[in-house]
Design a binder for this molecule. Structure first.
Ligand code: SF4
Length: 483
């Protein structure tokens, strides 16, 4: 967390990026890409960009901030063509700098190539050495630029850009859902583990769009067709989309946190609408940790579906007890010290009428550092609640993510440092309950082996190099075993 208002205004875990692509001759593709990334804004707020191809070349505009801060009418009107990709970013690899904004644009002997990447590679150091050995000095500090250079280098050696992508994929280890545009093609591809989502939609029956989440397809009027499969490369260049698979066998490991929290509740993954899945998480949680109470309230916005589910299963009335400032976004304005101290109060206000004199169940989707949850419990008590029971619709978050979610070091994760009882005391709640892993899988209703569950279990499905792991595992094992 880099500044005070960010801590107050943003959740404790943040997505890496949102990617969008569209192939639609005759349409205003820059505008479609804008609305695509606007719908994906929750996945990244640091920078936004759009690249458009017109058959002759690729033009790109990108900058720091939200999509609405980077693009106005004049920027969109200047981007003419029939293929576009859009991207918004939150940094996990590389700093928050203009040079790291995407799409990344690379010139090749065969034309321009631009790409937007969602995810994080675990072998970026190795790839960086390959790129530098070829005499290329990266201009950003992102792993995404390495994918672009490797694709450009391979393209010089083969006929088509999709062949180049298929040659590069076996060298990439980690999470990558990518949209790529050349002068005349849109290419979308996903890592063999399928960690981050990527879906195809049909636009006006004859064109296609691709997006990190189906909510962005809905916003541009595209009908969901299917998800791009783990290890699949799909090419859009005017006819029917063509599908290829990389040589690495697919071993699906979708990020469970997309289901718990990251993806929008109106998006679908693995054919499931996330609002309904999260509601079932709340129902399971009510079964696992029942409590006598007067009202169930969500921590807005992401706690809503699970709180509804908890209220349904427990037959405790649902209420709105915390009101969120709907217009709070990431800002580059530094708050003054007194405002910093207000912390979570800049984001949430308790509703005394719901809380006063009540036994309150407050439902949240996850606890990372715990500082926000601690302030929420205090705020509910100050508003007159006589009991505060905290319920979390996922197991304790105890291990850092290396696949594209910005997480603190392990020593800063409450779930790694404390037992459930210690956490309860730290938060100041009367009771505390986390949904079990079994309960989570029951709510999702899909086999365990389809998911990455590493932040709950420490079992990393894509091996993480020792040095990289050490950077976030400063908590001594001896200290852990004392838990
Ligand atoms: Fe998602 Fe957690 Fe796996 Fe990261 S470690 S990909 S947040 S499930």
């Amino acid at each position: 967390m880099r500044d005070g208002i960010e801590m107050a205004a943003m959740p404790e875990l943040r997505e890496a990026c949102g990617a969008f692509g569209v192939y639609a001759p005759g349409e205003d593709v820059a505008r479609l890409a804008f609305f695509g990334i606007f719908a994906l804004q929750h996945r990244g707020q640091e920078s936004a960009g759009i690249a458009v191809a017109d058959g002759q070349g690729v033009a790109c505009h990108k900058g720091m901030g939200l999509a609405t801060q980077v693009f106005g009418e004049s920027e969109l009107r200047a981007l003419r063509g029939h293929i576009a990709i859009g991207h918004n970013r939150y940094s996990t690899t590389g700093s928050s700098l203009p040079c790291n904004a995407q799409p990344i644009v690379v010139q090749t002997a065969k034309g321009t190539l631009a790409l937007g990447h969602n995810g994080n590679l675990v072998n970026a150091d190795e790839l960086d050495a390959v790129v530098r050995h070829a005499g290329i000095i990266p201009t950003s500090s992102t792993d995404s630029e390495l994918i672009a250079h490797l694709a450009a280098m391979e393209w010089d050696q083969c006929d088509t850009v999709e062949e180049a992508v298929l040659r590069v994929m076996p060298r990439l280890r980690g999470a990558y859902s990518v949209t790529l545009v050349t002068n005349d093609k849109l290419v979308a591809f996903r890592d063999p583990w399928g960690v981050r989502p990527l879906s195809i939609g049909a636009l006006n029956g004859k064109h296609h769009a691709v997006a990190s989440e189906t909510c962005a397809l809905n916003v541009v009027g595209a009908q969901f067709v299917r998800e791009i499969e783990a290890g699949e490369v799909v090419v859009f260049d005017g006819g029917e989309p063509r599908s290829h698979f990389c040589s690495v066998p697919a071993k699906p490991a979708m990020c469970m946190f997309e289901f718990v929290y990251f993806a929008r509740p109106d998006s679908q993954i693995y054919g499931k609408t996330l609002h309904m899945v999260r509601r079932r998480m709340g129902q399971q949680l009510a079964g696992e940790y029942p409590v006598q109470a007067d009202v169930v309230i969500p921590v807005p916005d992401t706690g809503w579906p699970a709180a509804i589910g908890f209220a349904e299963a427990s037959r405790i009335p649902f209420g709105e007890g915390l009101i969120k400032n709907r217009y709070i976004h990431r800002t580059f304005i530094q708050p003054e010290q007194r405002m910093r101290e207000l912390g979570v109060r800049m984001k949430l206000t308790p509703l005394r009428e719901t809380l006063s004199g009540k036994r309150v169940v407050v439902v949240e989707d996850t606890i990372v550092r715990g500082t926000t949850s601690q302030q929420i419990v205090r705020m509910i008590r100050e508003a007159g609640a006589v009991e505060v029971h905290m319920r979390i619709s996922a197991p304790p978050y105890a291990y850092p993510c290396f696949y594209g979610i910005d997480t603190p070091e392990r020593r800063d994760l409450l779930g790694a440092r404390m037992s459930i009882e210690e956490m309860r005391q730290f938060l100041g709640a009367d009771t505390l309950g986390f949904l079990s892993l079994g309960g989570l899988l029951k709510a999702v209703n899909l086999p365990k082996d389809k998911f990455c569950l590493a932040c709950f279990t420490g079992q990393y499905r894509i091996p993480v190099p020792k040095a990289m792991k050490a950077s976030k595992f400063l908590l001594e094992e001896a200290a852990l075993s004392r838990r």
